[in-house]
Design a protein. Sequence first.
Lengths: 289, 349
Amino acid sequence: MAVFMQSLISGILIGGVYALIGIGLTLIFGVMRVINFAHGDILMVGMYLTYIIFTMLGIDPFVSVLITFPLMFLFGGFLQKVFINRVLNALAQNQILLTIGLGLIMSNTVMLIFTSDYKILTTTYSSSTIQVGGGVSVSTPLLISFLITSAITAALYWFLLKTDTGQAIRATAQDRDAAQLMGINVKRMSIIAFGLGAALAGTAGALISPTYYIFPQVGGVFTLKAFVITVLGGMGSVVGATLGGILIGVTESMSAVYISSGWKDVIVFVLFLLVLLFKPSGLMGKSRT
Amino acid sequence: MNKTILMPIVVLVVLGGLLAIPKFVDSPYALHMMILLFMSVMMGQSWNILGGYAGQHSVGHAAYFGVGAYTTMMLMHTKQIAPWYGVWAGIALVVVVALIIGSICFRLRGPYFVLASIAVAEILRLSAINLTTLTNGAEGILATELPAFKIGGNIITDFATKVPFYYIGLFLVALTIAVTYVVQHSKLGYFFQAIREDQDAAHSLGISISLYKNIALVISAVLTSLAGSFYGIYVGFVDPPTVLGLDVSVQIMLICIIGGMGTLWGPVLGSLVLVPLSEALRSNMITEALVKVGMVNAESKIGIFLKENLSHAHVLLYGILVVVVILFMPDGLMGFIKKLAKRRKQEAV
């Protein structure tokens, strides 16, 4: 039972970070109908940014989120304005290829600068754990990152539901043309949405940097995971992505414990195919038109 | 001269030239480059049938490439079965895999199809890592000893030089292009293009969508598997990332997209651009050229940095090329050339 609780809790904790990655992707898809294949690479940029801030300025990775978030927001806005904006009305495959190309550029530029060596960001609490009771212990960095994730997610919900800009973003996601007719600056909403998506991915990168290896190709895994999460939750649904993230986190940690850690990603992908086949609209998604 | 007469003549002349190359060129490096070029054309052209003509943009073609390469190599390594028999086992397996993938993925459209095709290829890659007894896991399979190829007791070749590989590659490329040509000019090709242009309209005209998508997939997968087997035999080594990784799928697509999708010569053009460029980067030719021209000092910090790192940058070049092509010539080089030709014609009139 302790093993079960242990894997459930660590699944939920890592799921929180996955949710952050998924929400970013789903926001971008919702507003622009573009699937961002560079999402994991944006996360990787966030990881390296955190690494630089940590090694050069000595700022704790969890504190540096305050710097990473706005920087990544600007980076995302730049990507949208310069590249993505030009293919908004292009064929889906061209959009996908463009983002794949951007991802390749990011990962290989980072590789040129930092080489492909694995970097480790060691903090004083990197390997420490907290006893919860009942034989269950929780990794400290995972717990802190989960708390930060929850705070960010809560703030994001508030932003999307209560502020004018947030409502404008949701309106754009619901119907781009109608939103434009209502006087919403759709182009600006797109930039904000892509900026937010990138900021969330970058923040997720910052939050996992104390517990993950940092290397230029780390993004690919997270891009694929982000897809699984958003499809599971329903493309474009923020609530769905939150749930999907937690669900994937738990599935992974359960299958790592009860099946084998080598096969856990296979199980996630099989789950993904099953969702695509039998409920392509996802958990919270409305049926596609 | 009439285009219908000119084209076959050009093709025959080029083919004759290619057949004669090993007689005059004995530099192994030059032959190696040509073999890489053949491999690239095969990969791009096979993707073209599904992606270019039928409009199903699979980003999971590494699945077929890898299954072909792995089957041939596994049979050769563990059962000592000569690759020219193993290839058929690879093809048979790939057809089965393709039909399974087709039945799953073709129910989905657009981005969902892309995602599903990636997921399937990733499942195969992870399986190749985990099924260590079969595939030797992440270490990969090393099998460089090829048995001599005999017909009726006479040794035709013992694969000691690159020349036999050159001719095999040339044959396979000719085959792939011929298949594409036949498909393009047959009813099948028109069905594929009808599905690409408007799936619903094609359906309402009585074209069985799932049947023809699966046919396109099987043709494409079999040719990709041949390319994979050829790769395995030529290089003598396969491991999960190099034959089943997402990078492979992207590279396969890229050849076609840069050259021009849905055109017979697009993948050839794409390969002619990509292979020399990435080879020049990989072998540090560009840095050396920059040093020779005097733009960069070999001893300076930049020179050393470029020398050490630019050889890893060929993937960066792929990325930049994709972005440029998508933004400025979405129909690839072929489309770009056609547009230029059209403009010139209009100006002449």
